[in-house]
Write a protein that binds this ligand. Structure first.
Ligand code: CUA
Length: 158
């Protein structure tokens, strides 16, 4: 007698989960950029942006930040691996462009809406409005191999 009710509830739960996942992907402003450009993850060295990734000022208060994720380093970001921190001025708009040089990684700037995947051959884009001076941790939240749990970085708003 209650079977139909349970079935209905289960379906509702499943729909709810899917809606949550979809909303999460869209709500966080995560966009996979496809500008038609071929991005070879094994040969980022000659790429105009990812060849020498980092922070670039593109407006009065706007910055593009190119980041390459690779086992188990963010370039830039992972200071414990000798990389500079990602440093941006306070009260600015920060556009992140993230790719991977090997496997799928995560890129999450803890405490901000920047939370995306770094996929080889693709560029993920996410924009963050930063406020006053503060330090933010960056973590890889996709399992990417033995060093995954140590894959982290630093963003400084100065
Ligand atoms: Cu990179 Cu987990």
């Amino acid at each position: 007698r209650y079977e139909k009710l349970w079935l209905g509830l289960s379906l509702l739960l499943i729909v709810g989960f899917i809606a949550t996942i979809t909303y999460g992907a869209v709500g966080a402003g995560v966009t996979m950029v496809d500008n038609g450009e071929t991005l070879n993850p094994n040969d980022l060295g000659d790429h105009p942006k990812f060849g020498d990734p980092g922070v670039e000022q593109v407006g009065p208060n706007e910055y593009d930040v190119y980041v390459v994720a690779q086992q188990f380093v963010f370039r830039p970001g992972t200071t414990i691996a000798g990389q500079p921190p990602i440093t941006v001025p306070a009260n600015s708009t920060v556009n992140f462009y993230i790719t991977s040089a090997d496997v799928i990684h995560g890129f999450s700037v803890v405490g901000t809406n920047a939370n995306t995947m770094a996929i080889p051959g693709e560029v993920a884009e996410v924009t963050v409005e930063v406020g006053g001076p503060q330090e933010y941790g960056i973590v890889c939240h996709e399992y990417c191999g033995q060093g995954h749990h140590n894959m982290e970085g630093l963003m400084q708003v100065v």
